[in-house]
Design a protein around this ligand. Sequence first.
Ligand code: UT7
Length: 340
Amino acid sequence: MSTSSSSQPRAAITAMGHFLPEKRLTNADLEQIVDTDDEWIRTRTGIEERRILDDPDKATAYMASQAAEELFQKHDIDPATIDLIIVATITPDMEFPSTACLVQDSIGAQNAWGFDLAAACSGFLFALTNGASFIESGRAKRVLVIGADTMSAITDYEDRSTCILFGDAAGAVLLEPHDTYGLQDTVHYSDGAHADLLTLPAGGSLNPASHETVDQRLHYLKQDGRPVFRHAVTGMADVCVEIMERNDLTGDDVDFLVPHQANKRIIDATANRMGLSSDKVMLNIHRYGNTTAATVPLCLNDWQAELKPGHNLVLTTFGGGLTWGASYLTWAYDGAEYDS
Ligand code: UT7
């Protein structure tokens, strides 16, 4: 699916917040749990440590709410003015009610409606496009888009091929109408033919929870890493080149690439194809690992101080589904004013 809007109002990011749990899980910690080593993890993925939500009473809705609260506080925004909340997640607190409903109550957004969006690692980008459509059509004035995942809840800490990859976090952005800046173009893809490469097999309507599913550890994420890697390297780079060509952008025109953080090698290959130097690539995988729907808003939060009005950003993701995409966004405010 491709969209390009020119006559409608833009949907611009006008505020941001994020949440990272305190607990760090380092590569050295993982060496004590599975047969792995720091050198392998760093050279194959770029990851050095991840954050883990270590409180049995808290989960994705808590992290998403904390990210939203930070956004409200930093930008002096009244939660009652929010029209819509979209939470991108594959680790909702429970199947229903939606995480968006739990967040709506916890942040006091009494005038908002909301829903969850499940597109694995592409969740935030797909949610951003959805949220932007409500702004562009005039159906909403303030949309909260949150990417939040408690990956530690579905990670098998006996499987060395996946447990080294994932971490927990949340990032939130506010979308509002803007005359000039905001979401300029999006290109999104889904390919269910490769659904089996990255999946959570049990707990849904096909394989409801049973003693057998638990015994077989089917409530944990499974990934066939090598083919996913191959699809990700070509998919991410191709879609970024596609959105650059559609918008007559060269590498010189792009101020920042904001890539999903699954593997540094995938990010490097994408930046290479786009003709970008490393200083234009937002990279924090070494500190947080793969936080699924949270990686892109976490990057935006980390780079907030460097973002200026008019900057050209290309956001890109690749993940289970398979799902992937790119969005071309022009930045709307001076991030340095809100950096702390
Ligand atoms: O975010 C959603 C999308 N996901 C992605 O984009 C992830 C894409 N995939 C990847 O990033 C990579 O495939 C991984 C990081 C998951 C794995 O890296 P790889 O270079 O593809 O390794 P591999 O799976 O081909 O395994 C190479 C070797 C194997 O040993 P043999 O068969 O060559 O003897 C594995 O058993 O590395 C072994 N291995 C490990 N060794 C030490 C696998 N995991 C580990 C580990 N520590 N944690």
